[in-house]
Every structure is written in structure tokens, then in C-alpha cells.
Design a protein around this ligand. Structure first.
Ligand SMILES: [Cu+2]
Length: 461
């Protein structure tokens, strides 16, 4: 026989279940669009509802939605995906709707969101809405606030967007594995008043990292610090699209860090202010100028600048190991080593052996050595003046005059005005000479040095 408590428990569960079924039947799930192209997709202007300036997801896209009465309905599908990280390398990841990271979800402060999540992974998952103010039961922590979403099942999350800002979504189920496999995405909530925090161009990307051995396709999920692919939206230089910007534009870049270490992101040629975090907007009175912003783990930083100087401006993580690709890990330092004798000996066995690294490693930037299958050279990419010797978290902000409002196409390399590029000095260079300051420049100081004797040493004690 059932106790009273068991009876109430099971009957209320039944009631809840019936209500959910009824709601699902009344709604019918919206279709789940997928995206497989790695190129940056054009901004998705809202087809209905309140207006806003949509964001541009670097090498990504925004998830279309359906308006159903008061609700904006989205459908996320958690599933295995193949992501090209840069030409020449594909990774087998987990993501949402065909891509890792998942699509950006955009909405407006005050909107009611209904997000269907279908699990097509081989194991259970959940979705946590990082930084958002949601009812506890919608927070997506498997086991704590909801049962896990089993493979093949669909769950529904419903909440009202309480405030504008930049948030993230990711699983809170087998988190180490699922985040190492690339499951993450952005949520951008635009202000109700479109004039508030208005910018001309608004870019978003997630900072992520993978450990994929050359020749393999699946990230090593237990890696804690020694990652070999440092990526933005699961893309590594030269696979990260350039940010095309019109001269005079006010530009925002929103960056969320879901790696295991902080990333100091540095912009050349401009200064910027941090105008938002995943906690909200930074009041104007609390902003200060920066050229580098450290994005901590599990955090978002939005920066804003006025693109007032045309050019090709480097934009990258300032940890120099994070602008290297897979082949840069674990190689010995040979600077200053004379390998002539060693090279002769090795060449007897391997005729085309090349000694590397004795003058530094720049030569690796233009070397075309056969690589193992499915990996990226340590440093690579070309600019108009030669090899860039970069990898990982590096791209270029291209500021140009007169771009059309929604034109994000690559405008090509910058044509520098004549006489504005650093140039080679054509004359003779005198040999270096140690500089001695002459007497009048340096006041004579008499220094009396008392050599410690057994006696003075003794006194000090
Ligand atoms: Cu970094």
C-alpha cells in the first residue's frame, strides 16, 4: 500500500507529466535549422518584434526562431559535429545544430523565451544559461535543478529575459567532457530601447581550446592545461575570419572564455573600454582605457572602440603560446646550438634532414614541410609583406573607409598611403660602440667601501 507521502509524490509527478505532454502537443516543436559552413554568416535582422542591431558571430551564425503567441521559440539540438578548425584540419566535436560552438541566440530584454533542447549525443546532457537570471528549475544543472536529458529526449526551458547583456550557454552534465568536446554558445539580450548601448558593428565569439594530437580528430577530454589548439569559436588562425569595420564605426566585440586559463586579448592601433561583463553593463563612469583585456575563465568581456584609423590591425591573445598551433608543443630550444656536425651525421641516414631552430624559429613560418595528417603548422599564414608566423588566437581587424552598413566581406589587404610604411635604411650602419657618459653628465660620487673584516662582521651580529 502507498503511504500518503508516496501517493502525493507519484500523483503530482503524474499531473506534471500530463501537463507537460499537453503543452508540448499544443506547441509542436519548431524545426531545428543547422549550419555546416564555417564562414561568418551575415547578421540576422529581427523579422518581427522589437528592433535591434543584430550581432555578427565570428565564423558562426544566429539561430532563427519562431514567434508563438507571447513566446520566442528556439530549437537547439545537441549533437556530434565536424568542425573545420582551419583549412587542412577538421575536428570531430560535439556542438549544437551542426556546429561548435552552437548558434548565437538573440532576443530582447522582456522577451519570453521557450528553448527546446533535443539530445542527439550518445550520453545525457543539460543546458545551463550562464549569467542569466532564470527561475532555479530552469538553471540546467543536471541532478540539482532538473533530471538529465537522456539521449533521444527533448526538454523545454522557459524564461523571461530580465535584463539585457551577453550570456553563454553550455552543458552542466559531464561538464569536463562536454565542454572539452566544444559544447557552448552565446546568448545576446538586446536592450529594450535600441538607442541604448548602440554600436555600428557588434561581434561575438567564444574563446575555447582543444587538445587534438596531430593525425587524430577527437579532442583529449581529460587535458587540463596543455592544450595544443587555441581557438576562437573553434577556429584557429589562419581559419579565423577577419573583422571588417568601417572607419568611424563604433565597434563592440563580446568575448566569452570557456577554456581553462585566462586570455589577455590585445587590439592594435586603438584603445578601447570594457563596457560589459556577463554580469551586466559597466557604467560609463567606471570605464577606463585599455589596449588589452584579460578575459578570465568562465567570464565574458565586451569591449568598445571607435575605429578611427584605417589599416590592418592585429587582434590576438597576448599569451604568445596561444598564437601557435599544434606543432609548437614540446619542441626543444636550439637557439645558439651549432648543429653542423650533427647535421652531417644525420644526413648520412636521412638525406633531406633540415636542422631547425638554431637562429630562432621564424623559418618555420614559411617552411613547407609535409605535416602529419589533420593538423595545423605551428606558425603560418601570409600577409602582404610575408609570412605572419602566427597560429591559434589571432586575426585582423580591417578598418576601411566607406564600407556599407552590413558589409562584412574581407576587403583585402590595406593599401598604405605612400611613405607610411616602416622602411629599410639604405645607408651604412656604423658598428655599435659602448656609450660612456662624459663627466659633466654624471656627477662624481665618492663611494667608500669598507671591506668587512672579522671584526666588523662580528659587530653586525
Ligand atoms: Cu590566450
Amino acid at each position: 500500500m502507498l503511504s500518503r507521502r508516496q501517493f502525493i509524490g507519484s500523483s503530482s509527478a503524474l499531473l506534471l507529466g500530463a501537463a507537460a505532454v499537453e503543452r508540448a502537443e499544443a506547441q509542436r516543436i519548431p524545426e531545428a535549422p543547422i549550419m555546416e559552413k564555417p564562414a561568418t554568416q551575415p547578421p540576422l535582422h529581427p523579422p518581427s518584434g522589437r528592433d535591434y542591431r543584430p550581432v555578427v558571430t565570428l565564423n558562426g551564425w544566429t539561430l532563427p526562431w519562431r514567434q508563438n503567441g507571447d513566446w520566442k521559440e528556439f530549437h537547439l539540438v545537441a549533437e556530434p559535429v565536424v568542425r573545420e578548425m582551419a583549412p587542412g584540419m577538421k575536428a570531430h566535436l560535439w556542438g549544437y545544430n551542426g556546429q561548435s560552438p552552437g548558434p548565437t541566440i538573440e532576443c530582447v530584454e522582456g522577451d519570453k523565451l521557450r528553448i527546446f533542447v533535443t539530445n542527439k549525443l550518445p550520453e545525457h546532457t543539460t543546458v545551463h544559461w550562464h549569467g542569466m537570471l532564470v527561475p532555479n528549475g530552469m538553471d540546467g544543472v543536471g541532478g540539482l535543478t532538473q533530471p538529465q536529458i537522456k539521449p533521444g529526449k527533448t526538454f523545454v526551458y522557459e524564461f523571461e529575459m530580465k535584463k539585457s547583456g551577453t550570456f553563454m550557454y553550455h552543458p552542466h552534465a559531464d561538464e569536463m567532457v562536454q565542454m572539452a568536446m566544444g559544447m557552448m554558445g552565446f546568448i545576446v539580450v538586446h536592450p529594450r530601447d535600441p538607442a541604448l548601448h548602440r554600436v555600428d558593428r557588434d561581434f561575438v565569439f567564444l574563446i575555447n581550446a582543444y587538445d587534438i594530437e596531430p593525425g587524430s580528430y577527437i579532442p583529449k577530454v581529460a587535458t587540463m592545461t596543455e592544450f595544443n589548439l587555441w581557438t576562437w569559436n573553434s577556429r584557429a588562425f589562419p581559419g579565423i575570419d577577419h573583422l571588417a569595420v568601417r572607419k568611424g564605426d563604433r565597434v563592440r566585440v563580446r568575448m566569452g572564455n570557456l577554456t581553462m586559463t585566462a586570455h589577455p586579448i590585445h587590439l592594435h592601433g586603438h584603445d578601447f573600454a570594457v563596457t560589459g561583463t556577463d554580469g551586466g553593463w559597466v557604467p560609463a563612469s567606471a570605464r577606463w582605457p585599455e589596449v588589452t583585456v584579460d578575459v578570465p575563465v568562465g567570464a565574458m568581456r565586451a569591449i568598445e572602440f571607435v575605429a578611427n584609423t584605417p589599416g590592418d590591425w592585429a587582434f590576438h591573445c597576448h599569451k604568445s603560446h596561444h598564437t601557435m598551433n599544434a606543432m609548437g608543443n614540446g619542441i626543444p630550444t636550439f637557439i645558439g646550438v651549432n648543429k653542423t656536425e650533427l647535421t652531417k651525421k644525420i644526413r648520412k641516414l636521412v638525406p633531406d634532414y633540415m636542422p631547425m631552430g638554431t637562429r630562432g624559429m621564424a623559418e618555420m613560418g614559411e617552411m613547407e614541410m609535409p605535416l602529419p595528417e589533420n593538423t595545423l603548422p605551428m606558425m603560418t599564414g601570409y600577409g602582404q609583406f610575408g609570412p605572419l608566423e602566427m597560429g591559434g588566437m589571432f586575426t585582423v581587424v580591417k578598418v576601411r573607409e566607406g564600407l556599407a552598413a552590413d558589409d562584412y566581406r574581407d576587403p583585402g589587404w590595406y593599401r598604405h598611403p605612400e611613405g607610411s610604411v616602416a622602411y629599410e635604411y639604405p645607408g651604412e650602419v656604423a658598428p655599435a660602440r659602448r656609450t660612456e657618459l662624459s663627466a659633466p653628465d654624471r656627477p662624481a660620487v665618492e663611494v667608500n667601501v669598507v671591506k668587512p673584516t672579522a671584526a666588523t662582521r662580528h659587530q653586525q651580529h
